[in-house]
Design a protein around this ligand. Sequence first.
Ligand code: HEM
Length: 418
Amino acid sequence: MRYCRARYGSTFALRIAGLGTVVLLSDPDSIKKVFTGSAEHLRAGEVNAVLEPIVGTNSVLLLDGARHLRHRRLLLPPFHGERMKLYAEQMREVTERSLARWPRDEPFPLRPYTQDITLEIILRTVFGVDQEHEVSELRGRLERLLTIADSPLAVIGLIPALRRDLPLSPWGRFLRDRARADEEIYAVIERRRRAGIEGRDDILSMLLDAVDEDGAHLDDAELRDELMTLLVAGHETTATALCWAFERILATPRVLARLLGEVGEAGEDFSPERLARMPYLDATIHEALRLRPVIPLVGRRLHAPLGLAHFEIPEGWVVSPSIYLTHMNPTLYERPEEFRPERFLDKRIDPYAWLPFGGGVRRCLGMAFALFEMKVVMATILSRQRLSLAQRAPVATVRRAITFSPRGGTRVRATPVR
Ligand code: HEM
């Protein structure tokens, strides 16, 4: 992407097998036009179709038009920013339990631990499972399915021509894993319906209660697809963002020292109110997501021609705000390759210059959830462990399915504080 921008300028087209012609954008004017344009003419669901086998046809990620709007309206209230505070305690407890299992004084990759943390947080707060046996049953059934979705081979496995349901084929195994996971997800939905949602604040309970404009609820198949979507969209992404944040922080002693100071001042108080008074941690998270965006691109397929910069882009092509290139645009960020959280202190965020969560009517539904979760998890880890990097920085980027990840999963050494 950097090579093409240096050679062809901020707007250029690539021909990509399976997608057609994709026009990459990295200037805020064009990005604003894409994010605020007609949802009828700029369709994201079609571009995300490769995820269908795992998330299902009713997933908000795959829908466009009126059905997308209906699902979005039903899903948005449970993810409202203020509500996230309800989950602070659970997020912290899950992190503390993970910390107790971290290796001492020997190098290890952070990724499996952050992945466990983000998976368990979703199971508890989104699915609302709180019994130990229920958590481990679901985890067991989902783990292999999610590993398939996370691996670079997944994209190949999901190509329709390779889907052969033979006993030993990857596709056949995928179908069996998915059936096992679905069985348990439907069982969770059924148990929740029977037990009722009185006094519960998990996201599934809110979704069971939610009604659209016509008074209709999401049916079981729709609920299954949305739960799977939240899992796939929210688990690997946040785990990777945490790995990158620690990679950048540990490679920048000045930032680490300032963060430890801010977290140390809080003592044992990590209440949502106290976390809201940690501006440097907040700025560090924004800066890590700028410099190392987990998802490098988003896309919209054009159903009408669109004028961008001085080009007329034809119907049928995909326009793609490049999150990575926008964040590396030197007219928006001075010395963009430097890790400097200070740039986000007291700064209003420009949604067309900082876009790790995409934008417009397709902006990540879990943005407030992910930002709050990162804050709780990072404050907890920083207050409990002294970490150092056990890999040479800067760590290279590798692609894992749809995310950009640190090679080796951010290897660290950790020593408990007390
Ligand atoms: C750091 C973590 C995360 C990152 C970087 C991230 C990034 C993104 C991006 C780039 C998109 C596409 C937006 C677009 O096309 O404009 C997206 C969509 C989405 N994300 Fe996230 N995400 C994260 C965490 C989460 C979490 C925790 C959840 C839920 C638990 C979630 C749920 C979703 C959903 C449902 C969509 C589809 C929205 C739609 O199509 O209307 N994400 N995310």
